[in-house]
Design a protein around this ligand. Structure first.
Ligand SMILES: [Zn+2]
Length: 282
């Protein structure tokens, strides 16, 4: 009896397998009888040439590994260009590109910052900048700026048509920044025009500039004598001049996500990843 039961079960299982087999074969024959569309989506194409697709996937993985190795090199330009090129051709997703770019973050940011006129490069730069904290190249409201008039906080960013924008990338110049110089000291409102390369005072009738560093201007000369000169120049022999206009040329530019330790001082570390431009240069 026991044997019979097992035999019956095998027969039953065999019927089930045959039934499944028949149903798969039926589907296969049905599929071949349906006219193929002119262009199949990728997922549908896998069925017809699965072997080829898997081979392509293997090639793809090898190529991505090769690109990752190039990106990780001390001179990664070739790898970075390969990543950007693939994104431009929609051959690589942004998420995968960001993963590759993050293997050499500093070089990737520098590479993409030079290509911000390219929408794909700008989008990737914004994506990889999310985790950079103070070193992020994104300038936004609340970012601090050190210019020829001293330290200030960005209150609003406008494009050249006057429309407010949320942020831009360091190195871009088509913006005007509404800035409050030294908010906790004299709170002087200015406009830093990156396009015209000038700092315009909005309220002061006249302005004075520290003649020692040329990087501090205020409507009150006493702020130079008793404030800035003390914290920036050791309180020795203050020197200042009265400017002819209430506008200063923009030669010095540095952004910081953190407030300066002393709003009357100059940056203590001018080469800490910020951008200070030498006078007469850029
Ligand atoms: Zn000074």
């Amino acid at each position: 009896m026991v044997l019979m039961v097992r035999t019956d079960r095998r027969i039953a299982e065999g019927k089930a397998r045959r039934s499944s087999l028949i149903s798969v074969m039926s589907l296969a024959s049905m599929a071949t009888s349906v006219p193929a569309p002119m262009a199949l989506p990728m997922s549908a194409a896998v069925g017809a040439g699965a072997g080829d697709s898997f081979a392509q996937m293997g090639d793809e993985a090898v190529q991505l590994q090769a690109i990752e190795a190039l990106v990780s090199r001390p001179n990664p330009k070739g790898g970075l260009e390969a990543v950007l090129s693939r994104v431009e051709k929609a051959e690589l997703s942004d998420a995968d590109a960001v993963t590759l770019l993050k293997t050499n973050m500093d070089a990737s940011v520098a590479f993409l910052q030079k290509r911000v006129s390219n929408p794909d490069a700008l989008r990737l730069l914004r994506a990889i900048s999310q985790d950079m904290g103070d070193r992020s190249p994104i300038v936004q409201v609340g970012t601090w700026v050190f210019c020829d008039a001293g330290w200030g906080r960005i209150e609003q960013i406008e494009d050249l048509e006057g429309h407010p924008v949320e942020h831009f990338i360091r190195g871009q110049t088509g913006y005007r920044l509404r800035v409050t110089l030294r908010p906790s000291v004299d709170a002087e409102p200015v406009v830093v025009d990156l396009d015209k390369r000038e700092v315009g005072f909005l309220k002061a009738d006249c302005i004075y500039t520290c003649a020692k560093c040329d990087s501090f201007s205020a409507g009150d000369c006493h702020l130079i004598v008793s404030g800035h000169n003390r914290v920036a120049h050791g309180n020795i022999g203050p020197s200042f001049r009265k400017e002819r206009l209430t506008t200063r040329s923009l030669w010095v530019l540095e952004y910081s996500r953190r407030a300066p330790r002393e709003q009357l001082a100059n940056p203590s570390r001018p080469d800490d990843g910020s951008e200070i431009r030498g006078r007469g240069v850029n």
